[in-house]
Design a protein around this ligand. Structure first.
Ligand code: NAD
Ligand code: LMR
Length: 366
């Protein structure tokens, strides 16, 4: 049995590692004290993950799901509102990760220091009648500021950008990192997983299959015609009529708008996005851990591997199937054989994508 003085000493040692306003660790008996002590020193195995925009519609369910992820040992929840409320709530879940909350710009650096993976769902969502590009004026500045913090505090972290318009916010992040001299294209990934999740679901419906059995590669970008599902490469192998192809392509490209309209002014996809973001983050962590054969679609620099020969298109960024590993993107797969319908779609996608990328680049360079 520990004596009173020993317990007090332990509390004093733990306190030295904790911020009482942000850390939520149960301190009851000697065994829980010991656990808290180990974790406060980063003693438990696993990755350190920060979510920026953690109190939002995506941020909250994403935080909850990341708290359930067995690869996560430390979870930092940052927002400009309600970060501590969400943190207190999530910290009561009896899973392994230690959760800490950070509120407002003055705590951004503490939120980011030492992180292995940073997920960014911060920013405003669409309302009916808006395009994702209509969010640029507000979200570009938010992403820029957050990435400046990443460059300073965790330059080696893998960064998952969710904030729209992804086709522009990822180039913004790249430019910020270049300016800071820490840009590693392998570590910056735009999250297009929701397009894949939707494509798997809609294709499975048409084929009468379980969506978990279906894999649809979706390439290009994350807005309207830039979302290019490759229905000729669906697994398991199958074929579609022209009518099915047109229906599926249009439904996948307009999936976001379908949700925005159904929510009728109350925002855009949050729950399915949190699911998709966690699926993607989990893949990034499995890659970091050294698992083999982790392949997902993501919007990445076409030169992520520093080899012009690996460039999928002439554009500087493009969503492709990528293999994830210890350094982030380890391999970018070529588009593979496209049918005529997909070749036409690719040309449309590239035209729009080029302008969106350029808009992001010049926002930082101006
Ligand atoms: N990539 C995708 O597939 C995809 C899917 C759905 C939504 N999105 C995008 O994700 C973003 C967030 O959507 P949402 O529904 O969660 O919105 P939301 O408004 O519900 O939440 C956004 C959160 O960001 C926070 N925030 C704002 N400025 C911030 C800053 N400077 N630093 C930190 N946090 C800040 C807000 O306080 C809020 O909590 C939107 O831009 C939306 O378009 C992307
Ligand atoms: O459609 C939106 O504005 C949000 C997101 O990009 C989505 O695809 O659901």
């Amino acid at each position: 049995m520990e004596q009173g003085a020993d317990v007090r000493n332990r509390i004093a040692r733990i306190s030295a590692h904790l911020n009482p306003s942000t850390d939520h660790i149960q301190v009851e008996g000697s065994s829980s004290l010991w656990r808290a002590d180990c974790r406060a020193k980063g003693g438990s195995p696993g990755f350190r993950v920060a979510i920026l925009g953690a109190a939002g519609g995506i941020g909250q369910p994403l935080s909850m799901l990341m708290k359930m992820n067995p690869f996560v040992s430390v979870l930092h929840l940052y927002d400009v509102v309600n970060a501590h409320g969400v943190t207190a709530d999530i910290s009561h879940m009896d899973t392994g990760a230690v959760v800490r909350g950070f509120l407002g710009q003055s705590q951004l650096e503490d939120a980011l220091t030492g992180m292995d993976l940073v997920i960014i769902p911060a920013g405003v969502p669409r309302k009916p009648g808006m395009t994702r590009d209509d969010l640029f004026n507000i979200n570009a500045g938010i992403v820029k500021t957050l990435c400046e913090g990443i460059a300073k505090c965790c330059p080696k972290a893998i960064v998952n950008v969710i904030s729209n318009p992804v086709n522009s916010t990822v180039p913004i992040a790249a430019e910020v990192f270049k300016k800071a001299g820490i840009y590693d294209p392998k570590r910056l990934l735009g999250v297009t997983m929701l397009d894949v999740v939707r494509a798997n679901t809609f294709v499975a419906e048409v084929l009468g299959l379980d969506p978990r059995e279906v894999i649809v590669p979706v390439v290009g970008g994350h807005a309207g015609v830039t979302i290019l599902p490759l229905l000729s490469q669906v697994k398991p192998p199958c074929s579609f009529t022209q009518e099915e192809t047109e229906y599926l392509t249009s439904r996948i490209q307009n999936g976001g708008t379908e949700v925005v309209e159904a929510k009728a002014g109350a925002g855009s996809a949050t729950l399915s996005m949190a699911y998709a973001a966690v699926k993607f983050a989990d893949a990034c962590l499995r890659g970091l851990r050294g698992d083999a054969g982790v392949v997902e679609c993501a919007f990445v620099s076409s030169q992520a591997l520093g080899l012009l020969s690996s460039q999928v298109t002439e554009l500087p960024f493009f969503a492709s199937r990528v293999r994830l590993g210890r350094n982030g993107v380890e391999e970018i797969y070529p588009l593979g054989p496209l049918n005529e319908y997909e070749r036409v779609g690719l040309e449309k996608a590239k035209k729009e994508l080029g302008g969106s990328i350029e808009k992001g680049v010049s926002f930082v360079r101006k």
